[in-house]
Design a protein around this ligand. Structure first.
Ligand code: MG
Ligand code: FE
Length: 169
């Protein structure tokens, strides 16, 4: 039977890989956006939060990982690259990106909610506190995207019908 801590450490590594993937996706989107300054600013804020989340998750991993062994980061980065490429050439990439971003934030929300349960089960109070802090940032980002998606979509449609105006990003 697997040790409680083996599962916990495995999920911590998954969370770290997820944050590497988040960084790649968010940076890809921020770099391409030109005509949606509010979205770009919110994404940039979340890039900063994501980098801090990576550091925080890493700090928990270090307390449980005696081997200081490999992260799953490489696989995560490749996965994120593929996803970012998916919407990149779409004529409505800002809308597709907003939807994909919202989906990803909810994946993070579910992951940290599970991780909080795991932290409680192993008695890692510091980890629990960290994941609750991160969870609040993921929820705020998901809420922002959901709230602004109609407006972003309407801006896209307005720009699409205007002559000599780029709409997609
Ligand atoms: Mg995150
Ligand atoms: Fe996030």
């Amino acid at each position: 039977m697997a040790d409680l801590h083996d599962n916990y450490l495995d999920w911590l590594r998954d969370a770290h890989a997820m944050e590497e993937q988040a960084e790649t996706m968010l940076k890809g989107m921020a770099k391409r956006l030109e005509h949606y300054p509010a979205l770009e600013a919110r994404i940039k804020q979340h890039i900063d939060e994501t980098l801090e989340q990576q550091r925080l998750v890493e700090s928990v991993i270090k307390r449980y990982d005696s081997s200081s062994s490999t992260f799953k980061d490489l696989a995560g980065k490749v996965g994120a690259m593929t996803q970012a490429m998916g919407g990149m050439f779409a004529s409505d990439e800002v809308v597709k990106g907003g939807i994909a971003g919202y989906t990803f934030e909810n994946f993070e929300i579910a992951s940290y909610t599970a991780l909080i349960g795991a932290a409680q089960a192993v008695g890692d109070l510091e980890g629990q506190r960290i994941f609750e802090q991160i969870l609040a940032q993921e929820k705020a980002m998901a809420s922002w995207l959901l709230e602004h998606l109609p407006e972003i979509t309407q801006q896209f449609l307005m720009r699409s019908k205007a002559p000599h105006t780029e709409a997609k990003r």
